[in-house]
Design a protein around this ligand. Structure first.
Ligand code: GLU
Length: 304
């Protein structure tokens, strides 16, 4: 099987510094293995999509010298695949309809998952697990969290063990607004596109066990995972849309080289600014996954 990596941005604004690190990191892993590197636009969450930002992200990737293989995939054009996967889960009894609103769940007030600073999801109390309460209509569709610990060896962070039932409980695979949830779409796409290595931002480390649980329920292979250091704003908060967002017109050669050098430094690679292509070539020579900082939250460097 050809090693295949991917970069899967959500087109909710220009490429920000955190996404650039994910793009460069996933590109390096894939190309270093002599493999393919795909780009997939995760544009299912229509309320959050910003028109024009998919094109802007693609143009920025080109400016940084990151060339992808094949056509860019758009999740919004792949909905029948997610429908088929949901049908399969239904037939297997692995999902159920849920009537609970957010407000009801908040009132049920289960504690937030311990030690989970980035994942706002709370433990689902299991109310609709055995059928909808009488008189209530279905809103979302939830996946039955399997009992037991899921273990995987992250290529950057090392061994991770997580009990999905305890941390999040039954989680949403189709939202009340009819949008397929990220967790389901990502699992379907990674399998369908033949992705063997998922390298992405550290904020998604806590989604991985849920994705593995879904892969198992759907009989799909589990790719290898690598989670890059999480880039946070100087006050420790998650990078917002504007932090480090580099609008295309500002991406002159000097800015591209300096920003690329900063992104590479966060991946343990020291390259002097020159053309993007030459920097990436040198980065490939130096690349060593063991030099990537493990799971640390790296404060976003001020824009060069
Ligand atoms: N679309 C997600 C994001 O932009 C990334 C998904 C993934 O890499 O699995 O945060």
């Amino acid at each position: 099987m050809i090693p295949t990596g991917r970069f899967a941005p959500s087109p909710t604004g220009p490429l920000h510094f955190g996404s650039l690190v994910a793009a460069v990191g996933s590109w390096l892993f894939a190309r270093h293995a002599g493999g393919r590197w795909l780009v997939r636009m995760e544009d299912l969450d229509t309320p959050r999509i910003v028109p024009g930002s998919a094109d802007e992200i693609l143009a920025a990737l080109r400016r940084y010298g990151l060339e992808w293989d094949g056509e860019v995939a758009f999740q919004s054009r792949r909905i029948p695949l997610y429908e088929a996967a949901l049908d399969e889960l239904r037939q297997k009894g692995a999902v159920f309809d849920c009537a609970c609103s957010r407000a009801e769940l908040a009132r049920a007030a289960s504690a937030p998952a311990a030690g989970d600073p980035v994942d706002a999801e709370r433990v689902y109390p299991g109310r609709c697990r055995n059928g909808l309460p009488s008189g209530r209509a279905a809103r979302a569709v939830r996946f039955r969290a399997p009992a037991g610990v899921i273990t995987f060896d992250d290529m950057v962070v090392g061994r991770i063990e997580e009990d999905v039932a305890q941390r999040t409980g039954d989680f949403v695979v189709k939202r009340a607004d009819g949008v397929f949830a990220y967790q389901l779409a990502v699992v379907v796409d990674d399998a369908e596109q033949g992705v063997t290595e998922v390298v992405r931002g550290g904020d998604l480390l806590l989604s991985t066990a849920r994705q593995i649980a879904l892969q198992r329920a759907l009989g799909k292979p589990t790719p290898r995972y690598g989670h890059l250091p999480l880039i946070v704003a100087p006050d420790g908060s998650k990078l917002g849309k504007r932090d480090g967002a580099l609008p295309l017109p500002a991406l002159d050669d000097v800015r591209v080289a300096e920003t690329l050098a900063s992104a590479l430094r966060l991946l343990g690679i020291d390259v002097a600014p020159s053309s993007a292509a030459a920097m990436l070539e040198e980065a490939l020579r130096q690349f060593d996954a063991r030099r990537i900082p493990k799971g640390e939250r790296v404060v976003f460097p001020q824009a060069p």
